[in-house]
Design a protein around this ligand. Structure first.
Ligand code: ZN
Length: 454
């Protein structure tokens, strides 16, 4: 075997195994465009219609949990549905109309039909003076009220006089709707993926998450899976609390989890760690981001944000992190009409999709191996493993990855450990490990895992 003298540092190579797929970005965006006009909230027909559209892509089991059901410290609220909402001005024209934008009504507004002066109406009108052209997103789930949201510029045009207000909504006993896509793998151990589905016409938050996770589920369904997947679509906060309270007995199967949200803006990819901070999902996410070739950021856990708050609460304590681009409340368009389909670009969706897949591949394929010829270097050339060496840098890297694996595979270090230590991507390390295993030079350490019995 020739001696290697290549001491050039190995740059973290971009993971090319799961390449950006422009088509998937377009497909996610197309699904978002269909879902955008639907008036969604934490309950109601908007959620059901949205899930119905997502069901065209993936098998979804729909669950209805009756209003009044206790879920840990909370109660499933009344169901809200809305048919129309408008404000008619003194001249008889509709100055605000839900038909023009789903954000125009405060979510969970109670019904009202009344005439009133502008002064009496104004406390019910919400605007953003700092962004006078944007409509804010407001909801009041747990305190009964009513209201409208509009652009500040339009508020300023309102003349004194008598206004007519109509909110034709129902707030009544019904149910909270959520959906699950279950994809069984070779073992019962599960990966939980979660997206909130309760926001009306907002693009990044969180149509991007709903649509990306739908197509991610579709891709996962099409491929081989060692681990089983539970993909949950439910409203924020009350949805994850409800789901957790109904699935408490099954939580021990969940090995890794991810909340996926806000994945379509142009900001850096951002991973927020689990409470423990060193769960495999935390390490896998950090690794996938480092090798993505894209700007990224890793945040420590904090008890503010999305549904990771519930999954990481001390009585639940799942190893779950959160994958976003710019996180909630850190971009100006957040929770306004400017978080629209233009803010979200197919390219960014495709990048997020690729990195999610890389991250999941680490979780799927993480393993430990032992070198079966540990006394000195085994002769790789004789086994056809080393003769690919050429001027081609990628092949050189592959050969170097073989040597790292043979050096460090003592049964205690995992593929991810070796990838981190060598600087190679997990994919490169995995491909090399598969080659060495086929050649009889590496043996896989069997981990205790429960075979699926269903
Ligand atoms: Zn939100």
């Amino acid at each position: 075997m020739s001696k290697r003298t290549d001491t050039e540092p190995v740059a973290a190579p971009r993971d090319t195994r799961v390449a950006d797929d422009a088509a998937v970005g377009e497909e996610i965006h197309a699904l978002m465009r269909r879902l955008y006009p639907i008036v969604r909230s934490i309950t109601g027909d908007g959620v059901r219609r949205s899930l119905g559209i997502m069901q065209e892509h993936i098998p979804l089991e729909i669950f209805e949990v009756p209003s009044g059901t206790p879920v840990f410290d909370w109660t499933v609220p009344k169901e809200w549905n809305i048919r129309e909402a408008w404000v008619k001005g003194p001249r008889g024209d509709r100055v605000v109309d839900l038909q023009r934008h789903p954000l125009h009504v405060v979510g969970y507004s109670s019904p009202i039909r009344a005439k009133m002066s502008l002064a009496d109406l104004k406390p019910h009108l919400h605007t953003l003076p700092d962004h006078p052209d944007w409509i804010p997103f407001r909801a009041s789930y747990y305190k009964e009220t009513w209201g409208f949201c509009l652009a500040h510029r339009d508020l300023e045009k309102l003349e004194p006089g008598e206004y007519e207000v109509c909110i034709d909504s129902t707030l009544a006993d019904g149910s909270l709707t959520y959906a699950e896509c279950r994809l069984p793998g070779d073992v019962e151990d599960e990966i939980l993926l979660y997206s909130h589905i309760c926001h009306p016409a907002l693009g990044n938050d969180n149509l991007s998450g709903m649509a990306l996770l739908t197509l991610l589920a579709k891709a996962l369904q099409a491929g081989p899976r060692k681990l089983s997947y539970r993909i949950v679509f439910a409203p924020a906060t009350i949805g994850s609390i409800t789901w957790l309270s109904r699935n408490e007995r099954d939580l021990e199967r969940i090995r890794h989890g991810l909340v996926i949200a806000l994945v379509g803006d142009g900001g850096a990819l951002t991973y927020k760690k689990s409470v423990a901070g060193d769960a495999l999902v935390d390490l896998a996410a950090t690794h996938a981001l480092k090798h993505s070739g894209l700007p990224y950021q890793v945040d420590e856990f904090s008890p503010y944000g999305y549904d990771e708050r519930q999954f990481c609460s001390p009585g639940i304590n799942l190893p779950l992190g959160r994958f976003t681009r710019t996180p909630n409340a850190r971009y100006p368009e957040y929770h306004t009409s400017a978080d629209d389909l233009d803010l979200v670009r197919p390219q960014y969706l495709a990048e997020s999709f690729r990195v999610c897949r890389s991250l999941l591949r680490v979780l799927e394929h993480e393993a430990r191996y032992v070198n079966l010829q540990p006394k000195c270097e085994p002769q790789l050339g004789r086994r056809g493993l080393y003769n690919k060496t050429s001027a081609d840098r990628d092949i050189g890297n592959r050969d170097l990855a073989l040597l790292w694996l043979l050096s460090l595979s003592d049964g205690t270090r995992s593929l991810l450990d070796i990838a981190e230590r060598s600087g190679f991507s997990f994919e490169t390390t995995l491909v090399a490990a598969n080659d060495l295993e086929r050649a009889g030079l590496l043996g896989r350490v069997t981990e205790p895992g429960k075979e699926r019995t269903e």
